[in-house]
Design a protein around this ligand. Sequence first.
Ligand SMILES: O=P(O)(O)OC[C@H]1O[C@H](OP(=O)(O)OP(=O)(O)O)[C@H](O)[C@@H]1O
Ligand SMILES: Nc1ncnc2[nH]cnc12
Length: 341
Amino acid sequence: MSAYRDEDPRIHDIKTRIRVVPNFPKPGIMFQDITTLLLNPKAFKDTIDLFVERYKGKNISVVAGSDLGGLWLVMDAHPVKKIVASFAPEIDGVVRIRSALKCTLLCPVVWALESVSFLLCYHWISSSACVPRLVSWRSSLSNSSAGIEARGFIFGPPIALAIGAKFVPLRKPRKLPGEVISEKYILEYGRDCLEMHVGAVKSGERALVVDDLIATGGTLCAAMNLLEISLKHDPIPCDIFCLRIIQTFVLIECTASRYYLSERAGAEVVECACVIELPDLKLPFSCWFHFLSLLTRKPVKRCSEENYIFLGRDEVSVIRVRVASLNADFAVILKLSKCLN
Ligand SMILES: O=P(O)(O)OC[C@H]1O[C@H](OP(=O)(O)OP(=O)(O)O)[C@H](O)[C@@H]1O
Ligand SMILES: Nc1ncnc2[nH]cnc12
């Protein structure tokens, strides 16, 4: 129990207003129904107020890792195998990941040159044009708020109005009429995809993502991926990296193929705000970002030495990882090469 929860009676009241429906929409799911919270105007207002108190007038800090010198691809062979196995092979990118892994594990020369490749790649990344360009994403002070369909639309707009931010809907496929960018993801009871209008969020804007609930974190990660990475008009050529963590040692291997980062909004997600966090869910994969769960009332940074992979569109995956032993965050862009297939 956090001190916040004990001190603020609004939190207790909000909790009691959320109905739990067993076995919806599937057997085994304990569905957290926020419609009963909405039936009580005071509890609904308190919910919005609590978020607004946190975000209004704050110089919001960077969430995605302030050390962009750590823009590395970090992947541990064993967790990656587990992660790959947890996805169906038809999901974009998995076959390529598996191929990359196979290539990595079977090539004795690569193993022998681990430390050399690390040093070379570290040098390449440090001196690359990528880092200054990516750092420049973080300079803007403008605010926006993005809400995830459908329940994020309930909480997002009032928060946006109260903190003086624009509201950007992240919608399920084929709902937005304009040109969109999209991101597939996996959630507790299925798979889905989020879309956002191109141009709704500008590169460098600081965004708050709002949703009712975090379970696996797949939805929030998809939102983060949509909002953060964008190089549409200024593509960066990237080599391909496969990495492993050997104790505290980060290995990067690279191939010669050149790729371009995919199109995203280029905003900075300052925090993901949700009302409910499912506590005991067995996460198939987890999240690296900061999020605030209102009922827990403590900002959580879900991270460990495990490695998390989020499949992006086309051949691009974004891996976000914290390497606790290095006491550092790594936002990582993984590019998988066709030549590894
Ligand atoms: O952390 P995750 O495992 O991604 O799950 C959380 C998401 O699941 C629910 O939305 P859902 O996709 O059911 O859609 P809805 O809001 O349209 O009901 C919820 O509103 C979150 O957006
Ligand atoms: N258990 C749950 N209740 C409500 N919404 C959800 N979204 C994902 N898991 C959920």
